[in-house]
Design a protein around this ligand. Structure first.
Ligand code: ZN
Length: 411
């Protein structure tokens, strides 16, 4: 369902920074081939922008940036540089569509990192922006650590860059300390302070990166930074898949028409392999149990109508739901469904008896899907051969399987 009244929830853009922020992930080392594969996969997915490491970082970074610019992707290519003329001069020569400029504006960074004051920052920002604009490229100016910066510094700075025609200002929760209400309030005020677009960047140190992105959009932000699986400095930023999960619940039409959601799992596997990590069990959309239903009450309802216990349709992402039936929490509807899948048709009474035996056995130890399937088969065969009910109900799985096998062998 769309929320036309809520900011840009239904018209946001994604700046994917897997090849910049993601390169800052502890495990990341992307060779040129991997970078090109990732850039193509992101383009195929439909992200609006791909942000690359500064070409000033190393000669390889510069060569890779130039190579990706030559791919002719639909996504616009950005590179992320320090607010410095030396970096800007290199960036505009690479073939990028735009430059994302950043400088620390918190008192922490002004005194402990670059040592410059706000009037110097304003002066250099204006110089860099004018230069990049003169090359007819897009330009974003972002503060760093925005939520620990003094708004009496920030707002005049943003207004100054807005006045000279910056395309976007950036708000960055560089240390992951902001909460959704703070984000909403800052962006809502900023929306009235500047006329340009507002890009936002949220680190996930305190677990709010997706919620903060959502609240930024509600408050009028236009662009969200993501990385695949959220990889980045420390524990990373808003994950692309997690943002998709959040946004499809808010506006399925916008998200599913704009983005090629069925490629999400492949992109995540591509990046996970490149940085040698496993996709976490609780990952949005693609975690192995993201669409698993286990408790009897849940499985019964989901078998009737999946939306009872799913806010996201797995099919939108090319994923499948899974009914977990090999446990003590299973219900007879799940067992019936599984039996029918195995083409073992019985009366509801028999399914209930079969389920009772499974629950009794699964109370004692962990059981596998294969064991349960064997048991359903054995139960089916035994009841078909006319075994009296009391030889089936309450018997252990092992006994029934053995009894059944004996019958088959002897028969
Ligand atoms: Zn970051």
């Amino acid at each position: 369902m769309a929320h036309p009244g809520l900011g840009n929830v239904s018209r946001f853009k994604i700046i994917d920074s897997t090849l910049r922020e993601g390169e800052q992930f502890e495990n990341a080392f992307f060779d040129t081939d991997q970078k090109i594969k990732i850039a193509k996969a992101l383009d195929d997915f439909g992200v609006d922008y791909i942000e690359l490491t500064s070409p000033a970082a190393s000669s390889k970074s510069r060569a890779d940036c130039e190579a990706i610019c030559k791919l002719g992707l639909n996504a616009k290519i950005l590179t992320h540089i320090r607010c410095h003329m030396d970096d800007a001069r290199i960036a505009v020569e690479t073939g990028v569509d735009g430059v994302n400029v950043v400088i620390g504006t918190s008192s922490h960074l002004m005194s402990h990192s670059h040592g410059k004051d706000i009037s110097y920052i304003t002066k250099i920002a204006l110089e860099v922006i004018e230069f990049v604009k003169s090359k007819h490229l897009e330009i974003r100016f972002s503060s760093e650590d925005s939520f620990r910066s003094d708004i009496n510094d920030l707002f005049p700075l943003y207004q100054a860059v807005d006045r000279i025609g910056v395309n976007r200002i950036g708000v960055a929760d560089t240390v992951g300390c902001a909460n959704p209400r703070q984000v909403y309030e800052l962006v809502r005020v900023l929306r009235h302070v500047v006329s340009c677009d507002i890009e936002t960047h949220f680190h996930n140190d305190s677990g709010c990166a997706i919620a903060n992105a959502f609240c930024a959009l509600e408050a009028g932000a236009t662009h969200i930074d993501t990385t695949v699986l959220g990889i980045g400095e420390r524990n990373g930023i808003t994950p692309l898949g997690g943002l998709m999960a959040r946004m499809i619940v808010s506006d399925r039409g916008y998200v599913s028409n704009k983005y090629n959601l069925k490629t999400l799992k492949d992109i995540e596997e591509l990046v996970a392999n490149a940085v040698q990590i496993k996709i976490p069990f609780n990952n949005y959309i693609t975690g192995f149990c993201a669409f698993s239903h286990k408790a009897g009450i849940h499985t019964k309802a989901v078998l009737n109508n999946p939306s009872t216990y799913e806010s996201i349709n797995p099919a939108d992402f090319g994923m499948k739901r899974h009914i977990a039936y090999a446990s003590r929490l299973t219900g007879w509807n799940a067992i019936k469904s599984r039996a029918e899948t195995l083409k073992l048709f019985m009366t509801d009474e028999r399914y209930k008896e079969c389920t009772a035996s499974i629950k009794a056995f699964a109370d004692v130890r962990r059981v596998s899907v294969e064991e349960i399937d064997s048991f359903i088969h054995a139960f089916y065969d035994a009841q078909k051969l006319g075994a009296p009910q009391d030889t089936l109900v309450g018997k252990s799985l092992d006994t029934v399987v053995v009894t059944s096998l004996d019958t088959v062998v002897k028969g």
